[in-house]
Design a protein around this ligand. Structure first.
Ligand SMILES: Cc1cc2nc3c(=O)[nH]c(=O)nc-3n(C[C@H](O)[C@H](O)[C@H](O)COP(=O)(O)OP(=O)(O)OC[C@H]3O[C@@H](n4cnc5c(N)ncnc54)[C@H](O)[C@@H]3O)c2cc1C
Length: 331
């Protein structure tokens, strides 16, 4: 198969770029290793988004011409994971986007006139290659001695439901949104401790994007105040030996489970014959139009850190336009 533009990843960014390309009659295909919106399918059932979606404050919709809040039954102002999945499904089907589901790209090579991409469904060649494979599929673990290969340690990515931890002592490592949400969810069922590297930060106090706790901020504060969630603020774990954890303060405690809510490492397929360089933050180095250090290869969506806002849909949706125009201009 030969395509003008090949997009790796059928998440929000890949779908949005596909929509723009289709609108302008540019030949493209999106490869998705799972189903449309696969990263969101892997998230916890019932999870509520951090980004609001109501007329006037819409951080979640892919385009403002197709807003999520127009779907009947969407939870407002913060949609649920299920709302969002229905939305991307509907968007993709209604816009008749060219998506091949259950096809994973494994590697790309630079060839004359573009790229050859190996996939689980055979080889595809293209002139432009867009990496829209996201930044939330490879869990990041903290570099604490005793964490690696410890059977009592897991990542928030693998947390399904509090039921599995009923009656257990659980240490949640992290001070971000996932840590907050999981601590809240566990609080009725387990004995939860939340350990953070630095002082707790809340959006209502800092106004900073990273500090958004969505619907959970006040609930978490209350649980901490009641002592139902024990907070070890700025007292990170420094060493772990099986269930035993030593904290910076010198205190040592035992837990049944140590749950790391410590984010993800960005990753993408290798591009042979080109040097795709990453910056100090681990993300691909990109031009102002999203082109990586390999001419013709673009990073799109949450994988393209034009700025810190690009972790969110409202941050990257305008940059998807830039990538689209750059490709359109170069044809
Ligand atoms: C817990 C959590 C909560 C979040 N909450 C919000 C929120 O409320 N609001 C918000 O705006 N953002 C939120 N985000 C960020 C969110 O992930 C992004 O906004 C959005 O999903 C990024 O879109 P994307 O298309 O760049 O990446 P993704 O959604 O990750 O999509 C990438 C797609 O690429 C596919 N893929 C990867 N590798 C390959 C391959 N080799 N071949 C084929 N397909 C591949 C994946 O299966 C996936 O479907 C959250 C992230 C996390 C982890």
């Amino acid at each position: 198969m030969r395509k003008e533009v090949l997009i790796v990843g059928g998440g929000p960014a890949g779908l949005l770029l596909g929509y723009r390309l289709r609108e302008h009659g540019i030949d493209y295909r999106i490869l998705e290793r799972g189903k449309i919106g696969q990263s969101w399918r892997a998230m916890r059932t019932g999870m509520v988004l951090l980004s609001p979606a109501i007329p006037g404050t819409d951080w979640t919709s892919l385009t403002l011409r197709h807003p999520i809040w127009e779907l009947p039954g969407v939870r407002k102002p913060f949609p649920s994971r299920e709302d969002f999945l229905c939305y991307v499904e509907a968007f993709s089907r209604e816009q008749a986007l060219a998506v091949s589901e259950n096809v994973a790209a494994t590697r790309a090579s630079v060839v004359p006139g573009g790229f050859s991409v190996e996939t689980s469904g055979g080889e595809v060649s293209c002139r432009f290659l867009v990496l829209a494979s996201g930044a939330s599929s490879v869990p990041r673990f903290p570099e604490i001695p005793g964490i690696a290969t410890n059977p009592h340690v897991l990542h928030s990515h693998d947390f399904v439901h509090c039921m599995a931890y009923a009656g257990k002592r659980v240490l949640v490592i992290g001070g971000g949104n996932s840590a907050a949400e999981i601590a809240i969810e566990l609080s009725g069922a387990s004995r939860v401790t939340l350990s953070t590297r630095g002082p707790m930060r809340y959006f209502s106090e800092t106004g900073e994007l990273e500090d958004i706790r969505g619907a959970s901020e006040s609930l978490l504060k209350e649980l901490i105040r009641f002592g139902i969630v024990r907070l070890r603020e700025a007292d990170p774990a420094v060493a772990v030996a099986q269930r035993r954890v030593r904290f910076l303060s010198g205190d040592e405690r035992e837990y049944d489970w140590i749950l790391c809510a410590t984010g993800y490492v960005p990753s993408w397929i290798p591009v042979e014959g080109g040097e795709l360089r990453a910056g100090p933050n681990g993300y691909p180095l990109i031009s102002p139009a999203g082109e990586t250090t390999v001419p013709g290869v673009y990073a799109c969506g949450s994988l393209a850190r034009f700025n810190r806002r690009c972790a969110f849909i409202h941050g990257f949706r305008n940059y998807v336009e830039k990538i689209f125009w750059d490709i359109a201009d170069k044809r």
